[in-house]
Design a protein around this ligand. Structure first.
Ligand code: C5P
Length: 238
């Protein structure tokens, strides 16, 4: 969605990792769609389904449907088409699903009815540290792995990548401005990392070349989520 002239496009995507539609709607009611988009992920979607996505869209929010599809090409393509039918702003797949899967997703969206959601690929989860990758037999380390998966995703025609802010500048150097870079693992200075391992501050992530910052717990568990969001957005303007 293009921002109107003079109005900044929201860079923050608040992750609604919540267990009930009522909690999600109560939180959404405190947030401003001019300041943030919303991300609906596996927990909330599994509990509440497409109806909640539609209700959040009716409140004026654009939605990143973060279901990280990873399946055979035919199934993934059909799931992406279903996401397009919902009218979401962005949908994603796991790059580890491979080029054929990603290309099938791209093709499915090209023939979708109505507006085509942005299609991004998760490279390496930001919760994965070196030990996790070694355990999975991915011993080359996150930098090399992210670079390789990013090349595959962009070769398959995807619009962008979900990666750690720590990898964003390297991806910009290799691929230029075109790919959309979406970075989770964002923590304001002094905030707890929780289970995240490859983290950056909101302003740091933008400096590294991120387009959109996915931020969950620093907003959703704050005593005043609205104030937390305003603080983060203000930190991006200095
Ligand atoms: O609460 P927190 O800010 O850590 O939430 C991060 C969100 O981003 C979660 O919803 C998580 O599923 C998502 N995510 C991630 N790492 C990725 C892709 C998505 O943390 N690589």
């Amino acid at each position: 969605m293009e921002a109107a002239a003079g109005v900044e496009e929201p860079r923050v995507v608040v992750a609604l990792d919540l267990d009930k539609a009522e909690r999600a709607e109560a939180l959404a009611a405190q947030l401003d769609p001019r300041l943030c988009r919303l991300k609906v992920g596996k927990e909330l979607f599994t509990r509440t389904g497409p109806q909640l996505v539609e209700r959040l869209q009716q409140r004026g929010f654009t939605i990143f449907l973060d279901l990280k599809f990873h399946d055979i090409p035919n199934t993934t393509a059909a799931a992406c088409r279903a996401a397009a039918d919902l009218g979401v702003w962005m949908v994603n797949v796991h790059a580890l699903g491979g080029v054929r899967m990603m290309a099938a997703a791209r093709e499915a969206l090209a023939t979708a009815n109505g507006p085509v959601p942005l299609l991004t690929a998760v490279t390496v989860l930001t919760s994965h540290g070196p030990d996790d990758l070694k355990q999975l037999g991915l011993a080359e380390g996150s930098d090399a792995l992210v670079a390789r998966l990013a090349r595959l995703a962009l070769r398959a025609g995807l619009d962008g990548l979900v990666c750690s802010a720590l990898e964003a500048s390297r991806l910009r150097a290799e691929h230029g401005d075109a790919p959309i870079l979406v970075t989770p693992g964002i923590r304001p200075a002094n905030a707890a990392p929780d289970d995240q391992r490859r983290i950056a501050t909101p302003a740091g992530a933008l400096e590294q070349g991120a387009d959109y910052l996915v931020i969950g717990r620093p907003v959703t568990t704050a005593a005043d989520p609205c104030a937390a969001l305003h603080g983060i957005v203000a930190s991006l303007r200095v």
